[in-house]
Design a protein around this ligand. Sequence first.
Ligand code: ATP
Ligand code: MG
Length: 287
Amino acid sequence: MEDKRLTLAIQKSGRLSEGSINLLKKCGIKIQNGNNHLKANTSGFPLEIIFLRDDDIPQYVADGVADAGILGYNEVLEKDCKVNTVYNLGFSRCRISVAVPRNVDYPGREFLAGKRIATSYPGILEKYLAQHKLSAEIHPISGSVEVTPALGLADAIFEIVSSGGTLISNGLKEVEIVMQSEAVLITNQNMSEEKSALLDKLLFRIQSVQAAENNKYILLNAPNDKIDLIASMIPGMKSPTILPLTMEGWSSLHSVISETDFWQVIDNLKEAGAQGILVIPIEKMVL
Ligand code: ATP
Ligand code: MG
């Protein structure tokens, strides 16, 4: 009989673990027996967790051992397995870049022709080079790629960069940003109807959590003759709530404001006559 739970693969320990577990927690899903095991049960959703190295997640999901997985988009591209990438999760953001020793005069990507490039992403690098009709020696290395130029093993590296600190401390400079990455949700391509329905429920929770994080609840006071103008600036989910204040000629307006252009909208509201503006985090936003 088919398991009536969804199986989700997440990274056992590393830069994705905390974000993955936090996301599940915000979705009301608690992992029960810690991550020292291969598998864990959860409460709050029919979900089983498998803890894996991120490298193994694409294959497990492609094979259907796990129905879904959370991992960096870079790793999804690198492994190139038959999976669907269904959702960007917004954490573990990084980029994959080409870096060369600081003292190298870098004329452009033609520099890479014939060079030795160390990387833990040989698949992505190969495609990048082919796309630009360059041929180079790819040296696949797992771990400490940044030290290879100083050791004389490589002329350039192709690696994950986030703050750039590791590059600087190894005497390297970033010269090409090849791709941006963040954690994504991938799924098996042949899920049963039952499991697809469960996945939709999980996605719905993730969307509600993300919408809440991208929006704030806003309350403000304004003179009645300014209320229409102000309401048009913060239309909210359907339309703002307007309540009369006990002070004659004044109202209170409640709505939702997006994080993206938050400060610009606040400035506009003040200019339009809004006073006593309160902004409150939203825990969940069910659309
Ligand atoms: P594993 O043992 O599971 O194979 P790993 O060493 O391959 O782990 P981590 O270093 O934990 O991987 O990184 C996992 C993912 O997190 C990367 O593939 C990338 O998507 C993202 N990532 C890596 N470095 C950073 C960083 N400095 N900042 C943000 N995200 C990062
Ligand atoms: Mg890995």
